[in-house]
Design a protein around this ligand. Structure first.
Ligand code: NAP
Ligand code: ZN
Length: 348
């Protein structure tokens, strides 16, 4: 075991603080990664604050990890020392069930091992990327294409795949009319990816405050959802609405914006239920759907797609000492558009 510096939440209500965590010795298929950057996902905040249920503390979050390979186990073939790599929301799965065999490890029937806060194979609780090093089994380590810098690539490991996967699943492409609700970490990736896929993209944000950014990121239109007129103007305007909001939204109002046969796909994951009237579905053969990150193969496909299309996250790099302040800004929707922790500052 090796001790490394990390930032962890000591309890549900307390701010994150500097601590040390243990990393296991390398098994034959393990990769040791020197973490360079770790993005701050809203899920980190939901999790450490207990929004999704009780956790074991201390808990170091972080599932948008990039860095370089520092060492490999004796049987590792996919990665070599010095490679630029990434780790997302999962660090293992059974590899044998129907879902793992079709490359949808996030739906592993035996439960994928999430990057932090999950019970690992050895019974320990996984600890995430707000740390100097991480040990991950080789098949869950992604290649970062040369065209992507490690800092702007980090958020792709969650925000990128969580928006890419449903846009592909719902066959967004040339001619699709897509709305992205919420221009935060996920939303700003969703806009760029939907645009690169050829869709006509509309941002639905609470206000027009980030309109210039939205249009620069590739949106064709931008509307404020606090303006009730928006819901009249845009009636039946979209084939797919990607909802990235971290709080409950009025699903019935948004379903009015979905055209016949369209769908609203929820990736935002507030703990509260969303109210739905069946009439707003059957009145337009509409669907309400959800999506959960994406499999490892698709995550690599997304990284390659982003490199090819010159897409990456827009980030604010922060020292580890600013994590708690960054959390408050994320909660206040004051993020443009992802905070990324510079791991070299963890020990400062
Ligand atoms: P984020 O950066 O905080 O972005 C969320 C955006 O939602 C905000 O920027 C804001 O956009 C909008 N918003 C926030 N509160 C709102 C409210 N009360 N009413 C209306 N709009 C509001 O968060 P994120 O990291 O993108 O994550 C978003 C959600 O996705 C979180 O719930 C997270 O846990 C979840 N998530 C799910 C998956 C998955 O696999 N399904 C993966 C990652 C994250 P505007 O300022 O533009 O309105
Ligand atoms: Zn995330």
């Amino acid at each position: 075991m090796t001790s490394v510096t990390a930032y962890a939440a000591p309890s549900e209500a307390a701010p994150l603080e500097k601590t040390t965590i243990e990393r296991r010795d390398l098994g034959p298929h393990d990769v040791l990664i020197d973490v360079a950057f770790a993005g701050i996902c809203h899920s980190d905040i939901h999790t450490v604050r207990g929004d999704w249920g009780p956790q074991q503390y201390p808990l170091a979050p972080g599932h948008e990890i990039t860095g370089t390979v520092a060492a490999v186990g004796s049987e590792v073939t996919r990665h070599a020392v010095g490679d630029r790599v990434g780790v997302g929301c999962m660090v293992n799965s059974c590899g044998e069930c129907r879902q793992c065999r079709r490359g949808e490890e996030q739906f592993c029937e035996n439960g994928a091992t999430m990057t932090y806060g999950a019970v690992d194979r050895d019974g320990t609780i996984t600890q995430g990327g707000y740390s100097q090093q991480v040990v991950v089994t080789e098949s869950f380590v992604l290649r970062i294409p040369d065209a992507l810098a490690l800092d702007v690539a980090a958020p792709l490991l969650c925000a990128g795949i969580t928006t890419y996967s449903p846009l592909r699943h719902w066959k967004v492409g040339e001619g699709s009319r897509v709305a992205v609700v919420g221009l935060g970490g996920l939303g700003h990736m969703g806009v760029q990816i939907a645009h690169a896929l050829g869709a006509e993209v509309t941002v639905l944000s609470q206000t027009l405050g980030k309109k210039d950014d939205g249009l620069r990121l590739g949106a064709d239109h931008y509307y404020a959802t606090r303006d009730e007129e928006t819901f009249r103007t845009l009636r039946k305007s979209f084939d797919v609405i990607l909802n990235t909001v971290s709080a409950p939204i009025d699903l019935r109002a948004y379903l009015g914006l979905v055209d016949i046969d369209g769908a609203i796909v929820c990736v935002g994951a507030p703990p509260e239920p969303l109210a739905l009237t069946v009439g707003s579905l059957i009145g337009g053969r509409r669907s309400v759907a959800g999506s959960n990150i994406g499999g490892i193969r698709e995550t690599q496909e997304m990284l390659d797609f982003c490199a090819e299309h010159g897409i990456a996250a827009e980030i604010e790099v922060i020292p580890a000492s600013d994590i708690n302040e960054a959390y408050e800004r994320v909660l206040a929707s004051d993020v443009r558009y992802r905070f990324v922790i510079d791991a070299s500052t963890l020990d400062a």
